[in-house]
Design a protein around this ligand. Structure first.
Ligand SMILES: [Zn+2]
Length: 81
Protein backbone atom coordinates (compact mmCIF):
# COMPACT_ATOMS: atom_id res chain seq x y z
CA UNK A 1 0.00 0.00 0.00
CA UNK A 2 1.20 3.48 -0.85
CA UNK A 3 1.75 5.57 2.31
CA UNK A 4 0.61 8.70 0.50
CA UNK A 5 -2.57 7.83 -1.43
CA UNK A 6 -3.31 4.64 0.61
CA UNK A 7 -4.15 2.71 -2.52
CA UNK A 8 -3.03 -0.83 -3.10
CA UNK A 9 -0.53 -1.47 -5.86
CA UNK A 10 1.43 -4.38 -7.21
CA UNK A 11 4.99 -4.49 -5.88
CA UNK A 12 6.33 -3.44 -9.25
CA UNK A 13 4.40 -0.21 -9.02
CA UNK A 14 5.82 0.73 -5.64
CA UNK A 15 9.11 2.14 -4.46
CA UNK A 16 10.28 0.69 -1.16
CA UNK A 17 12.18 2.77 1.37
CA UNK A 18 13.86 0.76 4.10
CA UNK A 19 15.39 1.66 7.41
CA UNK A 20 18.15 -0.81 8.23
CA UNK A 21 19.58 -1.76 11.60
CA UNK A 22 22.11 1.03 11.36
CA UNK A 23 19.27 3.53 11.12
CA UNK A 24 20.08 4.37 7.52
CA UNK A 25 17.34 4.91 4.98
CA UNK A 26 17.74 3.22 1.64
CA UNK A 27 15.74 3.22 -1.55
CA UNK A 28 15.38 -0.53 -1.91
CA UNK A 29 15.37 -1.28 -5.60
CA UNK A 30 15.71 -5.04 -5.08
CA UNK A 31 12.84 -5.39 -2.54
CA UNK A 32 15.15 -7.65 -0.61
CA UNK A 33 16.81 -5.34 1.88
CA UNK A 34 16.16 -6.17 5.52
CA UNK A 35 14.49 -3.70 7.79
CA UNK A 36 11.32 -1.77 8.26
CA UNK A 37 9.89 -0.63 4.96
CA UNK A 38 7.50 1.98 3.62
CA UNK A 39 6.05 1.97 0.14
CA UNK A 40 5.33 4.84 -2.18
CA UNK A 41 3.62 4.29 -5.52
CA UNK A 42 5.22 5.49 -8.71
CA UNK A 43 2.69 8.22 -9.36
CA UNK A 44 4.45 11.54 -9.57
CA UNK A 45 1.85 13.20 -7.34
CA UNK A 46 2.60 10.79 -4.54
CA UNK A 47 6.37 11.12 -4.83
CA UNK A 48 6.12 14.91 -4.78
CA UNK A 49 3.58 14.93 -1.96
CA UNK A 50 5.64 12.45 0.03
CA UNK A 51 8.62 14.79 -0.14
CA UNK A 52 6.68 18.00 0.51
CA UNK A 53 4.63 16.68 3.39
CA UNK A 54 7.35 14.40 4.71
CA UNK A 55 5.28 11.26 4.77
CA UNK A 56 8.31 9.13 5.56
CA UNK A 57 8.64 10.82 8.95
CA UNK A 58 5.17 9.59 9.77
CA UNK A 59 5.72 6.12 8.36
CA UNK A 60 8.93 5.59 10.30
CA UNK A 61 7.98 7.76 13.27
CA UNK A 62 11.33 9.46 12.94
CA UNK A 63 13.00 12.50 11.46
CA UNK A 64 13.98 11.45 7.95
CA UNK A 65 16.76 13.53 6.45
CA UNK A 66 16.34 15.72 3.40
CA UNK A 67 18.81 13.61 1.49
CA UNK A 68 16.53 10.59 1.78
CA UNK A 69 13.73 12.56 0.17
CA UNK A 70 16.15 13.83 -2.45
CA UNK A 71 17.14 10.24 -3.18
CA UNK A 72 13.53 9.25 -3.51
CA UNK A 73 12.90 11.99 -6.05
CA UNK A 74 16.05 11.09 -7.92
CA UNK A 75 15.07 7.45 -7.98
CA UNK A 76 11.67 8.37 -9.32
CA UNK A 77 13.27 10.33 -12.14
CA UNK A 78 15.15 7.17 -13.10
CA UNK A 79 12.21 4.77 -13.04
CA UNK A 80 9.47 6.83 -14.65
CA UNK A 81 8.75 6.14 -18.29
ZN1 LIG B 1 0.35 6.70 -4.06
Amino acid sequence: MCIVCKNMFAKNDLVRVVRNKQGEYLIDTTSKANGRGAYICKNKDCVVKCCEKRYLNKAFKAEVKDEVYANLKENYELIKD
